[in-house]
Design a protein around this ligand. Structure first.
Ligand code: FAD
Length: 378
C-alpha cells in the first residue's frame, strides 16, 4: 500500500464520482454527477473516474463513459452485492489511499448521506454536504457569484485567496462547494484547503445530465484495482431487502408538476383532486409545499424545496403556494412557472412566467378545461 499523506496536495489528481447501483441498476444521480464531474475535471485538466462497487457490475461501467467518465474503477466482490456502510467504506477508503483522487463526489441519496461522512472521517478530510453548485475555475465561479449573489463586484473580484491558519492560500485549484445555509436564507461557498480528497455530496436532481454519447461509452476504460475484503471487515449483514409496496411519486423525472400549498386548506381533498385532474391532463404528477406535507395532506415524497426534491420540469404549476425561499430553492429552475395565488404580492409571482391572481378553486378547473379543449382541437 502506498503511503497516504492527505496534506500533500500535489500528490492528488483526478475527479472521482461514486456511482451508486442498487440491485445491479445505476441510479439517475450517477449520470448527473458524472456530467458535473466532467465539467470539473476539464476545469482542473485531469481525468474523470467513476467508482463502481458491487457484485458482477462491470457490465454497467461503459454507460457511465457515455455521460463523460474517462475511466470507471470497478470493485467487484460478492460481499459488495448489497450496500453496507462498513464494507463499502473500507473498500472506497483503501482505493482512495492507493490512487489519491483530488476530488470525490457522492450523490446525497440515503446511501450517499451515510457513506460520505464515514469515508471523510476515515480519510480525515473535509466533506461539504448537500451541495447545489460546484466550481473550480475562478472566472466561472466569479460569473456565478455575479449572477446569483448580492456581493459587490469588487468583493467578488478580490476572492482569489483565503487565510488558512494565518497564511494566504491561493484558492484557484480548490473545489468551490456551494450549498444553502441558515435554513436556506443564505448560500455558503465552502473550500477544503488543507486536505485531499475534497469531498462533496450533491443533491439528486440538481445537476444537469449530459447527452449520452455512444462513442465515449465505447472509449471508456475499465480499471479493476486489487483490494481486500472479508467477512471480518463487516459487522452488518443484509438479510433481506424489502421494497416499500407503495408507489412513490417521481417528481425528479417529471416534465409537468402541479404543486399545491396551504392555499388548499379550506377544502384539502377538493384541492388535491383539482391538482390531480390538471396534472393528468398535462401528463404530469402532483407535488406539494412543505406546509402540505407537515399537515399530513400529502406524503413526504411529494415535497418540493430545500428539504424536499429539486425539480426542473418543463412546466411547474404552483397552486396556493406563497413562494417561500425554501420552496423556490427546489423549483426556480423550472422551464416555465405558472402561479395561481389570491394574494397579488405573494413572492411566487416574482419568479413566475405566468401569474394568475385568483382563487385556485375557481382558476384550476378553468386551466384543466382549457387544456382539454386545446388537446381536443388538435
Ligand atoms: P403559505 O406560506 O401559508 O402560503 C399559502 C399561500 O396560499 C398564500 O400565498 C395564500 O395567499 C395562498 N392562498 C390561500 N388561499 C388561496 C386560494 N383559495 N387560492 C389561491 N391562493 C390561495 N417549504 C417547502 O415548500 N419546501 C421545503 O423543502 C422547505 N424546506 C424548509 C426548510 C427549512 C429549514 C425551513 C425553515 C422551512 C422550509 N420550508 C419548506 C417551509 C417554508 O418556509 C414555507 O413555510 C412553506 O413553503 C410555505 O408553504 P405554502 O406556500 O404552501 O404556505
Amino acid at each position: 500500500m502506498a503511503t497516504f499523506n492527505n496534506t500533500d496536495l500535489a500528490a492528488f489528481k483526478d475527479v472521482w464520482v461514486f456511482c451508486e447501483q442498487r440491485q445491479g441498476k445505476l441510479m439517475p444521480t450517477d449520470f448527473e454527477l458524472i456530467s458535473e464531474g466532467r465539467k470539473l475535471a476539464d476545469e482542473l485538466g485531469v481525468e474523470l473516474c467513476g467508482l463502481l462497487l458491487g457484485d458482477n457490475v462491470e457490465g454497467l461501467a461503459k454507460e457511465l463513459g457515455g455521460y463523460g467518465a474517462d475511466k470507471v474503477i470497478v470493485c467487484d466482490h460478492p460481499l459488495l452485492k448489497d450496500y453496507t456502510t462498513d464494507a463499502y467504506a473500507k473498500v472506497i477508503c483503501d482505493v482512495i489511499e492507493e490512487l489519491k483522487p483530488e476530488a470525490f463526489l457522492i450523490g446525497a441519496t440515503n446511501i450517499g448521506r451515510d457513506l460520505g461522512p464515514r469515508c471523510a472521517a476515515r480519510l480525515h478530510t473535509g466533506l461539504c454536504a448537500d451541495c447545489t453548485h460546484l466550481d473550480v475555475d475562478m472566472p466561472i465561479y466569479k460569473d456565478f457569484l455575479k449572477e446569483s449573489s448580492t456581493l459587490a463586484a469588487e468583493k467578488i473580484e478580490g476572492l482569489n485567496s483565503a487565510m488558512v491558519l494565518g497564511e494566504k492560500h491561493d484558492v484557484s485549484r480548490d473545489l468551490k462547494m456551494t450549498r444553502p445555509a441558515f435554513g436556506g436564507h443564505l448560500m455558503a461557498t465552502i473550500i477544503c484547503p488543507r486536505f485531499r480528497p475534497t469531498m462533496a455530496t450533491v443533491r439528486p436532481g440538481v445537476m444537469k445530465k449530459n447527452a449520452f454519447d455512444q462513442a465515449k461509452a465505447d472509449a471508456c476504460q475499465i480499471v479493476k484495482p486489487a483490494f481486500e475484503l472479508s467477512e471480518s471487515d463487516m459487522q452488518t449483514e443484509v438479510v433481506e431487502i424489502v421494497k416499500a409496496a407503495k408507489k412513490l411519486v417521481d417528481l425528479i423525472g417529471a416534465d409537468f408538476i402541479v404543486s399545491v400549498g396551504r392555499g388548499i386548506s379550506k377544502d384539502v381533498e377538493g384541492g388535491i383532486k383539482l391538482a390531480e385532474e390538471l396534472a393528468a391532463e398535462l401528463g404530469g404528477v402532483v407535488g406539494g409545499s412543505r406546509a402540505t406535507i407537515d399537515s399530513g395532506w400529502l406524503s413526504a415524497d411529494h415535497q418540493v424545496g430545500q428539504t424536499g426534491k429539486t425539480v426542473h420540469p418543463k412546466v411547474y404549476v404552483a397552486l396556493g403556494i406563497s413562494g417561500a425561499i425554501q420552496h423556490k430553492a427546489g423549483m426556480q429552475d423550472s422551464e416555465c412557472i405558472i402561479a395561481v395565488n389570491k394574494n397579488e404580492t405573494a413572492p411566487i409571482f416574482e419568479i413566475a412566467d405566468y401569474g394568475i391572481c385568483g382563487d385556485l378553486f375557481k382558476v384550476t378547473p378553468m386551466l384543466t378545461e382549457a387544456i382539454r379543449a386545446a388537446k381536443a382541437a388538435k
